[in-house]
Design a protein around this ligand. Sequence first.
Ligand SMILES: Cc1ncc(C[n+]2csc(CCOP(=O)(O)OP(=O)(O)O)c2C)c(N)n1
Length: 637
Amino acid sequence: MIQKQLDKVNLPKDLKKLKYNELKKLSQEIRDIIIRVVSENGGHLSSNLGVVDLTIALHRVFDAPTDKIIWDVGHQCYTHKILTGRKDRIHTIRKKEGLVGFPDMHESEYDVLNTGHASTSLAFASGMALARDKNNENFHIIAVLGDGALTGGLALEALNHIGQVKQRLIIVLNDNKMSISPNVGGISKYLNYIASGRSYIRLKEIVQAILFSIPVIGKKMVKATRKLLTILRMMMVPGSFFNDLGVKYIGPIKGHKLKEMIEAFEDAKKYDFPILLHVVTSKGQGYKPAEENPSDYHSSSPFNITDGQFKKDDIRPSYSTVFGQTVLKLIRNDRKIIALTAAMPGGTGLDLVQAEFPGNFFDVGIAEQYMFTFAGGLALGGQKPIIAIYSTFMQRAIDQIIHDITLMKIPIVVGIDRSGLVGGDGPTHQGVFDIALLRPLPGIIIAAPKDENELQHMLYTATRLNAPVFIRYPKEPGIGIPFDTDFKELPPGKSEILRTGYDGIILAVGTLVYRALEAAERLEKEFDFHLTVINIRYIKPLDNDLILECFTKTRKSPSVPLNIITVEDGIIHGGFSTIVQELLLNHKINLYNLLVLGVTEESIPVSSREQLLAKYNLDTDGIFSKIKDHFKLLIID
Ligand SMILES: Cc1ncc(C[n+]2csc(CCOP(=O)(O)OP(=O)(O)O)c2C)c(N)n1
């Protein structure tokens, strides 16, 4: 049997023994593994295929874990995990109790940081390099970031500072021209320009044109000037932007040529100031469907390897799709609406708007902070911005939301996608903090639809309100109910009673309402325990009147405690349940028996959404059992 190259490699040091042709074979073996694993588990296929060669070259040249390799975002870490002692567990990636899909310092000493959010690598590298120098240590620090991550303000702030402090530090810019979608903005254009070497090509054309116009000696001189052109190329192509900032630019380097990269990385060791190696790679390299359509395979669901078809059997629309479709409908009637995304047009459903109304759509790049303040400016100018953003990435813009939007009560609408528990990506991508972060902010409205119809009606209502409105919805398919064709207003501060019972009250938020409803029905059947279920709809302002009225109606006598259950898809500390507790306190309701159901841990493990809901007792079974146990219900005969 032919021995596989990967059989010889358990740790990065083993790469140093391999010849170039063996490294090339290894690269193919790793690609095959990544394609197979992602086709089964889902995951970040195209970014990982793009950096197989780059990762091999880095681990061949540097000595991790002494040298620190920092992966920006970290979604491209699969080859790194395979080469750093985890090849036997790579098939568990993104699964319950499996490897995390991002670097995780608790998982391996080779993972320098926990990452998931973009553009952090340069700031960490900068701080670590300065600390290393102050400690008189002597290892290399290598930050690998993509051209997408470079559009993030944090990365640019770091570059600005690195150019000033001038720590010894290696930046590898992995340029594949793509964020999740094609990269946007001036920096991206600039990188394309230097990667294509157009300035050099133009110069070469001019020089050759002049020389050819000189009779007889022209051709000889062309040859003689080749050397000169090479020198000129070195002078012209290098990115003056980086050099002028104080970070030496080297490149462009071909990111699928192992020898070229290995030589460049070896050479990089000699500098004692910050350098940036511009490595040009191709997203999806080695798997045709991903090469042709890198965005679709960026964060891929499972697929058939032979034809690349995704294995989706659920035809219910996602909340993101409903959001995108609704914004589209709204723009058809009101061209002042502007849809905004920070590098997530596909994930948020706003690609639908981009296709039909490109003038009413802006992808600002990985620039969440900018997006909120930009939206503030648009709104002050009379436009009607609608932002779609993942809950986890909104965390980055909390100051802009407070200082630039809510303190001035600027009316914007925000769709908080992937709110609550998020499957697959692990702790860095959870959307559980948004209620707790937003609820103290003055004058805002926070809504949570129970299904896709409520989402579209809430969005419609939000565009008619003169306030900052935040609508949170999870990453899961809609309920699959018939879709209302006409919009209707759902007045802020009004909840909905879905069923009535006089043994207690469930106050449920968002799409967990249906699970709470089902649990209540089972409790009635099996335990003769009758619960009112309220669909909260608006977390802020809360429908105090309706809730207090229900409390009054439900209390059996002044001496019997009121049974209350809160159900929310978010962290309980500072979340919805604390709003209910404030209500009880403010209205001097002292005699109650409260069961709080929500997320109880800040660091949430890797699992599917359904597994996570079950873990925190937020699925139907969990809500049912928790109520049964808490109120000590006995089976009826
Ligand atoms: C702050 C933040 N916003 C958005 C994202 C979602 N996101 C994950 S990867 C990615 C694209 C990154 O592009 P790039 O850095 O060029 O890496 P590539 O995937 O192309 O290798 C985006 C937008 C994120 N992880 N963090």
